[in-house]
Design a protein around this ligand. Structure first.
Ligand SMILES: [Cu+2]
Length: 329
């Protein structure tokens, strides 16, 4: 609609149209209310101006009037609330089978790790039309991952994961900003998201030196750090078998339950005492300070890969039916 008129940033994700539609609705609604109020002020100022022989008359309550001005605004606000909530949940809920990219923010750069082992700095290459889920953490202070063309912005926090997702609809190069003031070079903490046609993307994947897939790096670390001495699939292990743990509900020693997501795995490695699995002794040592955020990501990716159902193969991810999100252009 406004593609050649820079009133809005480009729209390059499935979410962008939805966000803009709500934004335009709010803008038009506020504009109309503003006009209505000012027109009435002017009209009443003229209509009821001070004139000899006219005395103001106090109106003492009117139930129909009060009901009208309560119910109509409430209806309008509920529309805004539900519309906003629907978009919020769409943005919060990464579709199943999304391709995962791990993001580590630090003063002042973005480090990205692909499932297949490619690593990038301040650049993220993705194919058009595929759901991408970012699992993000910070090495130091709070940053914020902001891609205006996708209408996504998510704070990136030290010590835990936050996630965001998008599906790009237009090949091109888009700005990536840090949107949380994070120190002297904050304004320089910029990058780009390069959205490519699938064929081009395959060529890029092929032409980029990649290490082992992230889960394989994680498996190697799992052995090197000695995790495998306690976590074994035979009964000899002093720790629980991690096969199939990811995505499951875990019963804890103190009776609580917790879903084993990325944050749980991360916490289990850094602060094992925080949530002790039922039936086990809190003997697992902390690995705080011994593993970098990138290595943690690899460990998480490996533990995830042990739950096969959670890790669809590349082709399955590409062909599985995706929830269609209504797009307003
Ligand atoms: Cu930053």
């Amino acid at each position: 609609m406004f593609n050649n008129f820079p009133l809005w940033p480009e729209r390059a994700s499935t979410m962008a149209g939805n966000v803009d539609a709500l934004f335009i609705f709010l803008l038009v609604l506020s504009g109309l209310m503003c006009v209505l109020i000012y027109v009435l002020i002017l009209y009443f100022a003229a209509r009821y101006r001070k004139r000899p022989g006219h005395v103001a008359e106090q109106i003492e309550g009117s139930t129909p009037l009060e009901l009208t001005w309560s119910i109509i605004p409430m209806g309008i606000f509920l529309v805004i609330f539900f519309w906003g909530a629907v978009i919020f949940f769409q943005e919060r809920t990464p579709p199943r089978g999304a391709t995962e990219v791990y993001v580590v923010a630090k003063q002042w750069m973005w480090k990205l790790q692909h499932e297949d082992g490619q690593r990038e700095i301040n650049e993220l290459h993705v194919p058009v039309g595929r759901d991408i889920k970012m699992i993000m953490t910070s090495q130091d202070v709070i940053h914020s991952f902001y891609v205006p063309a996708f209408r996504i912005k998510q704070d990136v926090l030290p010590g835990r994961y936050t996630t965001a997702w998008f599906r790009a609809t237009q090949p091109g190069t888009y700005h990536l900003f840090c949107a949380e003031y994070c120190g002297t070079q904050h304004s320089g903490m910029i990058g780009q998201v390069v959205v490519m046609e699938p064929a081009q993307y395959e060529a890029w994947l092929g032409g980029t030196t990649s290490g082992a897939p992230l889960a394989v790096t994680g498996q190697r670390l799992f052995a090197e750090l000695g995790c495998s001495t306690c976590h074994r699939s035979d009964t000899q292990g002093r720790g629980p078998d991690l096969q199939g743990v990811f995505g499951k509900v875990v019963l804890l020693e103190d009776g609580r339950t917790v879903t084993a997501d990325e944050n749980y795995i991360r916490e289990s490695i850094l602060t094992p005492g925080a949530k002790v699995v039922s039936g086990y002794k809190p003997i697992m040592p902390t690995f705080q300070g011994m593993v970098s955020d990138e290595q943690l990501n690899a460990l998480v990716a490996y533990i995830k890969s042990l739950s096969q159902s959670q890790v669809p193969t590349k082709s399955a991810a590409a062909t599985s039916p995706q929830p269609q999100i209504q797009q307003v252009q």
